[in-house]
Design a binder for this molecule. Structure first.
Ligand code: GH3
Ligand code: MG
Length: 372
């Protein structure tokens, strides 16, 4: 199969069979773009490449059309004359090197003479090779093949690298998403129980090291079963989302964590917070939820949705445990419910078990604040 010479320019050589747009269909061929105004050179090179089925010669005789033609035919190597009417070949080399699409395409300069100064200037400007016209066929083919090989290998490496980088970015985004999913409650967007447990463990150890207080609030929507009964389950879900948003808005420190503890129960972890501070936060949470003024006709304590809260705080130390802190907050929540709901209760000092202290601790009662 003969290499086809496309008429990308008005070359006057009659080498016009085929059109540029047909070339893509032939797939694997590497385009050799020849830029030379001399018909004799073009014909000689056409003959040299004639029996090379994988090389396709595109000839451009008009230097003014060299760059647009190159952009269109996407050559794997350029053979370029240095002396052409109306243009300086060195300038064309510079243009090629400044063009984002052509900057890495090898350029073999075809010079009419072996001139060290021309040679050095051509290489300085970014030419890849220098041959004196008309080159020996074997040498020309060997040089073309070497340049095409290194260019296509580089292009494949670049493409593989780009694909890999895109994949990496995608994977990282997916990992972040996955990570978020594993720690987030789907309905409310708050931290889920697993995240709460991990945070409690972490903050427990941190506060123990720093001898700082750690507070936990457990809270529960009052008469939520009746809310669902009155307004339907989807409205119940929407109510949980509203309450979650109000809770999130009410805690301000970066280390504070608001989590969904169970169905209509929420938890807030407050590191470095003593009991007094935790009570302040508990009141703020209750007010913020009340301020939502979500109508609740099933409630016996208010006309809107309200919260009951249990507060527990301690300085973690030997003998105490996360489970003990949770149990204390839960006991206080139970006490807030028992005392009439829509209020908070504070757990008595969290028990640090000692052999003879159990009876005394079992008798400790939470202190409850009155509701609104
Ligand atoms: P109390 O004031 O004592 O807390 O009464 P309550 O009705 O809130 O408590 P109870 O534990 O009897 O009922 C909790 C209800 O919360 C039961 C269930 O229908 C509802 N619930 C739990 N999880 C969800 C949820 O994800 N969506 C909705 N819509 N309802 C939920
Ligand atoms: Mg409830």
């Amino acid at each position: 199969m003969l290499p086809r010479v496309a008429s990308a320019c008005d070359d006057g050589f009659g080498m016009t069979e085929g059109s540029l747009s047909d070339r893509g269909k032939e797939g694997e061929k590497q385009v050799v773009l020849l830029i030379d105004d001399q018909a004799i050179v073009a014909e000689a090179i056409r003959r040299m490449l004639a029996d090379q089925p994988d090389l396709e010669l595109v000839h451009c005789a008009d230097v003014a059309r060299a760059l647009p033609t190159a952009r269109e035919v996407r050559p794997s190597v350029v053979l370029q004359d240095l002396v052409m009417p109306g243009a300086d070949g060195f300038t064309l080399v510079r243009y090629f090197r400044a063009d984002p699409q052509m900057e890495n395409v090898p350029i073999i300069v075809l010079s009419s003479k072996e001139e060290p100064r021309d040679k050095s200037r051509a290489f300085e400007l970014g030419a890849s090779d220098y041959l004196v016209k008309i080159p020996d066929r074997i040498e020309l083919l060997a040089r073309i093949r070497a340049h095409v090989r290194s260019f296509t290998a580089q292009r494949e490496r670049d493409e593989a690298f780009r694909a890999l980088s895109e994949l990496k970015v995608e994977l990282e985004a997916k990992n972040v998403q996955l990570q978020l999913l594993t720690v987030t409650d789907g309905l409310t967007g708050l931290a889920n129980r697993r995240h709460l447990d991990a945070t409690l463990d972490l903050e427990w150890r941190r506060c123990m090291r720093e001898r700082a207080p750690l507070a936990l609030l457990l809270m529960d929507i009052d008469y939520f079963k009746k809310y669902n009964d009155a307004y339907g389950h989807p409205a119940g879900d929407a109510c949980l989302q509203e309450v979650a948003g109000a809770l999130k808005r009410s805690v301000r420190r970066p280390a504070d964590l608001v989590a969904r503890y169970g169905g209509e129960e929420f938890a807030v972890v407050l590191p470095n917070t003593p009991e007094l501070g935790a009570v302040t936060v508990a009141s703020a949470l209750r007010m913020e939820v009340a301020a939502l003024q979500l109508p609740h006709r099933g409630s016996d304590v208010a006309s809107h949705v309200t919260l009951s809260l249990g507060v527990a705080a301690l300085v973690p130390g030997p003998g105490a445990s996360v489970a003990g802190l949770i149990a204390a907050a839960d006991g206080a929540l139970y006490e807030a419910k028992r005392a009439g709901r829509n209020r908070h209760a504070v757990a008595p000092p969290v028990p640090v078990p000692e052999p003879d202290a159990e009876v005394e601790l079992a008798q400790a009662q939470p202190s409850v604040t009155p509701g609104e």
